[in-house]
Design a protein around this ligand. Structure first.
Ligand SMILES: Nc1ncnc2c1ncn2[C@@H]1O[C@H](COP(=O)(O)OP(=O)(O)OP(=O)(O)O)[C@@H](O)[C@H]1O
Length: 270
């Protein structure tokens, strides 16, 4: 069974074609990183998976069920979302926010039960945010909020986890902790990432977007060639092993002429 399947997906917004004819298959339990230059359509594609934007053509399936035909309550059990922006102007504590992730399993009036509170604290602990439980959400820093939103998504215990630039706002150590945590989860995960090095080091698969199309997919070390990063991102690159951890890392350097206007043929589709 496929975790998530996109079939010939196209999206138009404000009369503009934003995503064109994307096919993507993410195996159940895999971690896919979506990368691409600014404005290439990554967030729009992710939002389509959680039904925040409508498709103009094609279809999206989570575990073989068409997401456009699923009742909202069932959809919330299908996918948990860590969005890029979240309104912080709410009179709720971090634990309250995480508790809203439990509403897919428990009626709102039962969220104060000890088992539910344990689930909330477990999720906060996993996201490295247990000490923030009693803090008002609006008083938290950007990085602290990000961890609370991750905890809310984990508390939801959905079949898939969708994250939009989850390492934004996090300091160096918190970024590594988050990527470690994400790479060790066993549910199907899709994360929009800007950091190609993080995508290479932690994701199972990568999809590269350029001008609304997916131009390459496959294992990150096979996809992130110097040729691809030159053409799509306008940077030279090479992959090196970290001397301490042995993990692969992507080093980048400017191109003499950083024009990135050639779309390469797909490296591999799966
Ligand atoms: N609601 C909208 N109406 C009109 N255009 C939109 C809308 N949302 C996004 N776009 C446009 O669609 C294109 C893709 O945007 P999107 O946010 O998906 O890109 P992205 O790859 O996630 O970019 P970034 O890396 O900068 O976050 C951009 O040109 C953006 O201006």
């Amino acid at each position: 069974m496929s975790g998530i399947e996109l079939k010939a997906v196209s999206i138009r917004l404000a009369n503009e074609s934003i995503v064109h004819n994307v096919d993507l298959s993410i195996p159940s339990g895999a971690f896919l990183a979506v990368v691409g230059p600014n404005g290439s359509g990554k967030t729009t594609l992710l939002r389509a998976i959680y039904r925040a934007v409508k498709l103009s053509a094609g279809a999206i399936f989570i575990r073989d069920r068409d997401v456009s035909r699923i009742p909202m309550a069932a959809a919330a059990r299908q996918r948990a979302v860590v969005p890029q922006f979240q309104d912080a102007d709410v009179a709720l504590t971090a634990a309250d926010i995480v508790g809203t992730g439990r509403h897919t399993h428990t009626p709102w009036w039962a969220v104060q039960r000890p088992t539910e509170q344990d689930a909330v604290l477990d999720a906060l602990q996993m996201a490295g945010a247990k000490e923030l439980a009693g803090r008002m959400f609006g008083t938290l820093s950007g990085g602290e909020r990000q961890r609370v939103l991750l905890a809310r998504a984990l508390a939801q215990k959905a079949e898939t986890l969708l994250l939009d630039e989850p390492t934004n706002h996090l300091d160096a150590r918190a970024q590594l902790e988050l990527m470690e945590l994400l790479s060790n989860l066993t549910l199907t995960r899709v994360a929009v990432l800007h950091d190609l090095d993080q995508a290479l080091a932690y994701a199972d698969l990568i999809a590269v977007m350029h001008a609304g199309q997916v131009v390459a997919t496959g294992p990150p070390a096979e996809v992130l060639t110097n040729e691809l990063t030159s053409k799509v991102f306008g940077v030279r690159s090479s992959i090196m092993k970290h001397p301490l951890t042995g993990r692969p890392h992507l080093l980048t350097a400017p191109l003499p002429d950083a024009a990135a206007d050639v779309v390469p043929a797909a490296v591999r589709t799966y």
